[in-house]
Design a protein around this ligand. Structure first.
Ligand code: FAD
Ligand code: SIN
Length: 538
């Protein structure tokens, strides 16, 4: 029994664990290695309005709030936006205290260097060159490793949450722990805890083309759904406009390499084959409009011209490109593309889950003792489309707020009511080798279906097709899952099917276009849909 069970080792899980360890025992489980997370891949930075004296006086929290609300298409919860943005300076202090090194301003070493991204009206993004996520993740991992009271279990896959409700209780639904697969030993055990912090990140892998690493398979979302938690706004999958287009790609890294929005923030522009800045035809902010607008403009341009991609022209940056974005430049060179000689071919790719497990501003879900923080959660900050660089911020702020709430209401040491006995995990038979082919085929079919039918521009017809295919996949996956020994592949497929189904069902319900959900059948915003799409399994 651990006082806290933290599932996931990105910025959300590690921020929580490091602080919680001052108050009780913490077990962190992560399905790969500690540094395998979206957090470690973040490039652009973390948005923050710093205290006066450390920022340009023209920027204010009110402006950051206004930009976030504008990007969110009318669905942000204003209170969430204000609270999270006002806590940004504390987040920066905390990350710096844990060892994160943000770039300093060259002219004034007392200040941080601040950059801009789409939808921001001011320069307010702190960064560490173009590998901000790696810098943050490394400092958090090193701090967590040194912190007493934390047990770290790598290669441990959370399969399902255990709640009193799932064990048959009628009047009391609270968390008891999780079934966890020890991947190395190939054994499933129970980790008990009355406080489970879900920090499992997003679900980019539901799509064929994504900027996300392999770990983003919607596990936390699917587990919460199965456990009966409320889920909201899953139709809002944000596509990042500038993923490197690499038809010669042989591996997943080559197909999913992000070219940060910060490159546009420093002056790069999107152009078509004729060199025309086509995004200007869609929005006066051009290449720096919010992501949903830019991604849709690219999609329209690709369909209009029949070209497979558009281009990011970095020539306005001159030498600054290699100085400010060395990782992007080197990685592109490794793929055989020199951005200094030719504009970078780019396409939009699935990037961020704006919805998720519904929480309040203390990270509480609808199941007692289960908290969700980071990308897996839906706090109301992002609405229908996240403002760039707001997610690292949200994850750290919500970790702090969830812990503060727990310490006030349910601190370690307080007696816990009796609960039904947790049954042991029952294993099925080993999967015969030919079944593996079926699993990989199903995985591929799922991701292609989502890419083709539930992408940047949707229609009722496409969504219906996707729903039909997902019904079949759900049946197949049920057969793989029951009756076979569980493997990470089967588990991820099961979670991807659940997540994709939630995306499709939510998209079907929203008969309008707003933020990252755009449908040709209902191309306008509709007042009566100015509300969250909430799903709950009864
Ligand atoms: P993650 O960092 O994704 O961590 C999730 C963890 O949960 C991982 O360790 C994973 O292995 C683990 N996990 C998942 N399922 C299980 C399971 N079943 N059992 C055990 N462990 C599990 N945001 C910004 O604000 N600024 C940026 O500049 C930025 N750039 C980005 C660039 C890229 C390429 C990408 C992909 C995203 C970027 N984002 C950025 C988004 C941001 O990185 C993420 O939203 C954020 O890092 C999410 O943090 P998290 O802690 O919630 O989840
Ligand atoms: C980027 O660097 O473009 C990603 C920023 C983000 O997703 O917030």
């Amino acid at each position: 029994m651990s006082d806290f069970l933290v599932i996931g080792s990105g910025i959300a899980g590690l921020s929580f664990a490091i602080k919680a360890a001052e108050h009780g025992s913490v077990t962190i489980i992560t399905k790969g290695k500690l540094l395998e997370s979206n957090t470690a891949w973040a490039q652009g930075g973390i948005s923050a309005v710093l205290p006066p004296g450390l920022r340009d006086p023209s920027d204010t929290c009110e402006k950051h709030v206004a930009d976030t609300l504008d990007a969110g298409g009318g669905l942000c919860h204003e209170e969430a936006v204000k609270i999270i943005i006002e806590e940004a300076a504390e987040t920066i202090d905390e990350l710096v205290a844990w060892g994160t090194d943000f770039d300093q301003d060259e002219d004034d070493p007392e200040r941080y260097s601040l950059c801009k991204e789409g939808g921001h009206s001011e320069r307010r993004i702190l960064h560490s060159k173009d590998t901000t996520g790696r810098e943050i993740a490394t400092s958090l991992v090193e701090t967590a490793r040194k912190t007493k009271n934390i047990t770290i279990l790598e290669d441990h896959y959370a399969i399902d949450l255990i709640t009193t409700g799932k064990l048959g209780a009628i009047t009391d639904d609270r968390i008891l722990g999780a079934y966890v697969l020890d991947i190395k030993k190939n054994k499933v055990g129970v980790i008990e805890s009355p406080r489970v912090i879900l920090a499992t990140g997003g679900c980019g892998k539901t799509y064929l083309y994504t900027t996300n690493p392999d770990s983003s398979t919607g596990d936390g979302l699917a587990m919460s759904w199965r456990a009966g938690a409320s889920i909201a706004n899953m139709e809002f999958i944000q596509f990042h406009p500038t993923c490197f287009y690499n038809p010669a790609a042989t591996g997943p890294e080559a197909r999913s390499f992000l070219v940060s929005e910060a490159v546009r923030g420093e002056g790069a522009v999107l152009v078509n084959e004729e060199g025309h800045q086509f995004v200007n035809d869609h929005d006066p902010r051009g290449s720096l409009a919010p992501r949903d607008i830019v991604a849709r403009a690219i999609d329209t341009e690709i369909k209009r011209t029949g070209a497979p991609c558009v281009f990011l022209d970095v020539s306005p940056l001159g030498d600054e490109f290699t100085e400010r974005f060395p990782f992007i430049h080197e990685t592109l060179l490794g793929f055989g593309h020199n951005a200094l000689e030719k504009p970078i071919p780019v396409v939009p790719a699935a990037h961020y889950q704006c919805g998720g497990v519904v929480t309040d501003l203390d990270g509480r879900t609808s199941i007692r003792g289960l908290f969700a923080i980071g990308e897996v959660a839906c706090t109301g900050l992002h609405g229908a489309n996240r403002l760039a660089s707001n997610s690292l911020l949200e994850a750290n702020v919500m970790a702090r707020r969830a812990l503060a709430h727990i310490l006030l209401r349910f601190p370690p040491g307080r007696p816990i009511p009796d609960a039904p006995e947790i049954p042991k995990w029952e294993s099925g038979n080993a999967a015969p080798p030919d079944e593996l082919v079926n699993i990989y085929h199903a995985w591929d079919e799922l991701r292609r279906t989502m890419q083709d039918y539930v992408s940047i521009v949707r229609t009722d017809n496409r969504l219906r097709r996707a729903a039909n295919r997902m019904q079949n996949l759900r049946r197949e996956v049920r057969d793989f899952y029951w009756g076979h020994t569980v493997t990470p592949d089967i588990l991820e497929l099961r979670n991807l099917v659940a997540t994709a189904s939630l995306i499709i069902d939510s998209a079907v319900l929203r008969k309008e276009s707003r933020g990252s959900h755009h449908t040709l059948d209902y191309p306008k915003k509709v007042k009566r849909f100015e509300k969250d799409t909430v799903m709950r399994r009864f």
